[in-house]
Design a protein around this ligand. Structure first.
Ligand code: ADP
Length: 627
């Protein structure tokens, strides 16, 4: 018989499975049971509208059999089954599109991560088995097929006998090694406990022929063995159970299995509501952003069930974009089973549920921020960007929902603080909420512009992400306090006397500044004296709405519409450079021109803006050095 090759990616994944050092090999059973349950779901769904299926809900089952002598575990389901083509396509290639990216994702070097992130499903059988046989008959089909593989070498497909529709998977369990006792998976009690741990909620019975002992009738102390087919799982979905029955561990295990995450979630919420919207929900806040979270590929959504039956895997309408990181499910009796995607969008009930879920998430996050600060900071590291983007998007429509969930790094506290915390400790004479933008905390710390604001003892919020300043601009103010960039033209930090003094000095040197501005052409809007520097000689700021940082962010986007901030070169009159400039203006205008160029270019470097001609800049510096 011809041996077929696996597709390249599948082969790679298989190799990893076979040589896996993953410590939770037991999950192979959960993967196979979950596939079986999905297959039954499909046939059950069909049976609701098609009498031809001829089965009732109670007829469906998943059977697990162990045979120690032949070292096999057999998982049988009476679900929808697979045709020859389906066997080929589903088991010969990786089904999950996400898995294909794993090679390019460099933080997924370890197999632990791949298994955790993608839930590689069927292939996990190869973690414990050295021969896998799948016999399947698709519903409505006459013939059955057998797929068989020992691993990377490939697989065979051949016709076989099978009476009823469904799938039977036989795993031949590997021999024990020094490190790994595979034989444990041939113990009934071990399999039972794995089933209870991971597959308890599966809606169809997972049955095993369990061996028991009983007293032999008519004897005093003689025992005999007998076998009874038992249902191992409780079949009650975890979200329908009472909260008092459930431990954190139950919630977390369910999460990890269901949503393919290997890390514990930060938070779970179990909602049972009746009233305008009647539903059960299980919501989770993950600890880490999925690898594709901040990409277009990421699909938000909650699983949607109608009275225990899955009707949609990712119902996007249940989550606003700014809470798209939430994983979980909603089960409502108010939704019809046969509702289509299009109808769902307009469903009044669904809208009510979505509103209520949004409120729940907001409350939970608020509680976490208040009571579990460290946890919240962990959350914020992973998803704060999404909240800030949420403030900015839709023209700020949702800013009120989100504003109190925001945090920024504080110059005074050296940690993340909320806006409420900032405002509550503002000094009496302080008019604004000050902020500074830059690539990193360290870079902002060194920004000359922060000097005077700090000198006056005001706290500064450090904005390090591209979206930050856009979000701040959208907020405009918080509790009637206006936000103000330390680089803003109208910093308004000086006393009236100081203002007068600067104005007078500026008037005196007006011609020099005009000369300097002209030598820079349209690169700057103005050259003037500064109000915000103490020891630093000069800095670059901007007038108007567009800041230097925003210019950087916008111009980094792949469009041709480049924007330009109104840049201002500010000189510190208290620094020696100022008298030097005055001197040059009086005696050597050509040199002043060069110095002005140099100052401007340096100010760009300080701001982290790339300079157009670094060679020219360095030559000018060298020229000065040899003078
Ligand atoms: P996933 O279940 O995540 O899609 P798997 O590798 O576990 O990935 O399975 C691949 C596909 O094979 C499934 O999507 C399903 O179409 C099919 N399949 C697996 N097991 C069964 C089964 N017991 N009955 C019917 N189809 C199955």
């Amino acid at each position: 018989m011809e041996t077929k090759q696996f597709k390249a990616e599948s082969k790679k994944l298989l190799e990893m499975m076979i040589n896996s050092i993953y410590t939770h090999k037991e999950i192979f059973l959960r993967e196979l049971i979950s596939n079986a349950s999905d297959a039954i779901d499909k046939l059950y769904f069909k049976s609701l509208t098609d009498d031809g299926v001829g089965m009732n809900k109670d007829d469906f089952e998943i059977l697990i059999n162990v045979d120690k002598d032949s070292r096999t575990i057999t998982i049988t389901d009476n679900g929808i089954g697979m045709t020859r083509d389906e066997l080929e396509n589903n088991l010969g290639t990786i089904a999950k599109s996400g898995s294909l990216d794993f090679k390019s994702n460099n933080n997924l070097g370890e197999d632990v991560d791949i298994i955790g992130q993608f839930g590689v499903g069927f292939y996990s059988a190869f973690m414990v088995a050295d021969l896998v046989t799948v016999r399947s008959k698709a519903y409505g089909s006459e013939s059955a097929y057998e797929w068989q593989s020992e691993g990377v070498e490939g697989y065979t497909i051949d016709e076989c006998d099978k009476a009823k529709a469904g799938t039977e998977i036989v795993l031949h369990i590997k021999e024990d090694t020094e490190e790994e006792k595979y034989s444990e998976y041939l113990e009934q009690y071990r399999l039972q406990s794995i089933i209870r741990k991971y597959s308890d909620y599966i809606r169809f019975p997972v049955k095993m022929d369990v061996e028991h002992e009983r007293k032999k009738e008519g004897t005093e102390d003689e025992y005999e063995k007998f076998i009874e087919r038992e249902t191992i799982n409780s079949m009650i979905p975890i979200w329908k159970k009472n909260k008092s029955e459930l431990k954190d561990e139950d919630y977390n295990n369910f999460y990890k299995e269901k949503f393919f995450d290997y890390s514990e979630p930060l938070k779970h919420v179990h909602v049972k509501t009746e009233g305008t919207a009647t539903y059960n929900a299980l919501l989770y806040v993950p600890a880490k952003a999925p690898y594709d979270y901040y990409t277009r590929e990421f699909e938000k959504g909650l699983q949607l069930y109608s009275n225990g039956v899955l009707i949609m895997d990712k119902c996007a309408d249940l989550l606003p974009d700014y809470f798209s990181f939430v994983k979980g499910l909603v089960d409502s009796e108010d939704l019809s089973l046969n509702i289509s995607r299009e109808m769902l969008q307009h469903d009044r009930q669904l809208k009510l549920i979505a509103k209520s879920i949004e409120k729940t998430i907001k409350n939970e996050l608020t509680k976490m921020l208040k009571n579990e600060r460290e946890k919240y900071e962990e959350f914020y590291k992973a998803f704060g960007l999404q909240l800030k983007a949420g403030v900015y998007s839709s023209y700020g429509m949702n800013k009120d929902v989100l504003v109190d969930l925001l945090m920024f790094w504080s110059s005074n506290e050296e940690k993340l603080v909320t806006l409420d915390e900032y405002v509550s400790r503002m000094r009496e004479d302080q008019k604004f909420i000050y902020y500074a933008s830059g690539e990193s905390i360290q870079r902002i710390k060194n920004l000359p512009q922060t000097e005077m604001v700090k000198e006056k003892g005001y706290e500064i919020l450090y904005l390090t992400e591209g979206v930050d300043e856009f979000a701040i601009k959208m907020l405009m103010n918080y509790k009637d306090k206006q936000f103000k960039s330390v680089s803003a033209g109208d910093l308004d930090i000086d006393t009236p006397e100081e203002k007068e003094e600067i104005k007078a000095k500026e008037e005196e040197n007006k011609e020099m500044f005009t000369f300097m501005k002209e030598s820079l052409g349209d690169k700057v809007k103005e050259v003037r004296l500064t109000q915000r520097l103490k020891s630093h000689p000069f800095c670059l700021t901007s007038d108007g709405d567009l800041s230097l940082e925003m210019e950087k962010v916008l111009n980094a986007m792949p469009t041709d519409n480049k924007v330009k901030a109104e840049k201002v070169l500010e000189i510190n009159p208290e620094h020696g450079i100022f008298s030097k400039l005055q001197d040059l203006y009086a005696n050597d205008k050509d040199k002043l021109k060069k110095y002005t160029q140099l100052l401007y270019t340096q100010s760009l470097l300080i701001e982290g803006i790339s300079i157009e001609n670094p060679v020219e800049f360095s030559n000018m510096v060298c020229e000065l050095m040899v003078e």
